[in-house]
Design a protein. Structure first.
Length: 304
């Protein structure tokens, strides 16, 4: 009996490898990391089943406030392709790449996209660089898609046809999204297409769909800045003068200043826009396309 039990135990040990979960390494062996979650989703649409795209940042992380931990540096060092937004969004990147070392191709999704011109007198116009939030215009994300496609082809020439076909399909979905947004925004009277936001985020969105940025709590492209008392007082006057109906905040940001402005102006505060990150799979904005649709629905409901 004892011999029989030992035989069965040995047999079970031999069976373990066959029952172990399959490896998640992409079959090409190319390791792709995208910095932001929405960028990882866009890249995965281009990569399809040929590659697995990992996100450096977790869902809900503000790229402006991100500081790479040691495990993030290791992930970058082990990547073959690193996809970034670029245009100054990842201010920590240069030093991190020097620390990470390794051999990887950096693909800048926003390459060759021109910055928008800030409105006259906008304090953000004094900042170096420009507004990096191109992804709020789906037509500019078409360029993201093309740049990612070209980067993946350069890293994996054998996948050219797959990446090209996937990119073409996704660009078609971006065009459909753009048309849907136009139809939704048409429900809002042009006089009420006014956006007050927590920082300079929606400039490209406003330009594309006929909105006016009637105020920002933090007059900067970066959430790390802080408004002065004078700037807040001026914003109160702007909101009253423009009759802006609402203040829009990114999910997870502090509502303290917005609530203060609301108490002085009577505007409503919308606190759940997803602007720099998609949500987990069971959330309301698990993909870039879903994120844009969710945000537009919230904006239209508040302004129409």
């Amino acid at each position: 009996m004892k011999t029989k039990r030992l035989f069965l135990a040995a047999l079970l040990l031999l069976m373990v490898p066959a029952c172990a979960p399959a490896q998640t390494t992409p079959r090409t062996g190319i390791r792709v990391v995208a910095v932001e979650t929405f960028l990882a989703d866009i890249a995965q649409n281009v990569a399809g089943d040929r590659l697995e795209v990992d996100s450096l940042m977790p869902a809900g992380m503000d790229p402006h406030a991100f500081s790479p931990a040691p495990q993030d540096v290791i992930k970058i060092s082990q990547s073959d392709v690193l996809i970034i937004n670029g245009a100054g969004l990842e201010s920590w990147l240069e030093a991190t790449l020097q620390n990470a070392g390794g051999q990887h191709t950096v693909v800048e999704a926003a390459r060759a996209i021109e910055f928008r011109q800030p409105s006259e007198g906008n304090p953000a116009s004094d900042e170096p660089g420009g507004d990096p939030h191109f992804w709020f215009n789906p037509l500019l994300v078409m360029r993201y898609t093309e740049n990612i496609r070209d980067g993946l082809i350069a890293a994996d020439p054998a996948g050219r046809e797959v990446y090209s076909q996937n990119a073409e399909k996704y660009i078609g979905q971006l065009k459909e999204l753009d048309q849907w947004i136009e139809a939704e925004v048409a429900q809002i009277s042009p006089a009420r297409r006014l956006l007050v936001t927590d920082h300079e985020t929606f400039g490209y969105f406003a330009e594309r769909y006929g909105f006016t940025i009637s105020g920002v709590i933090v007059p900067s492209y970066n959430t790390g800045a802080a408004p002065s008392a004078q700037q807040l007082a001026g914003l109160v006057e702007q909101i009253r003068a423009s009759a802006s109906p609402a203040i829009f905040l990114e999910a997870g940001s502090s509502p303290q200043l917005a609530d203060q402005l609301s108490s002085q102006t009577g505007v409503v505060v919308i606190t759940d826009l997803y602007t720099h990150s998609i949500t987990a799979a069971d959330g309301p904005a698990p993909t870039y396309l879903a994120m844009m649709r969710y945000n537009v629905s919230r904006i239209v409901a508040a302004l129409k």
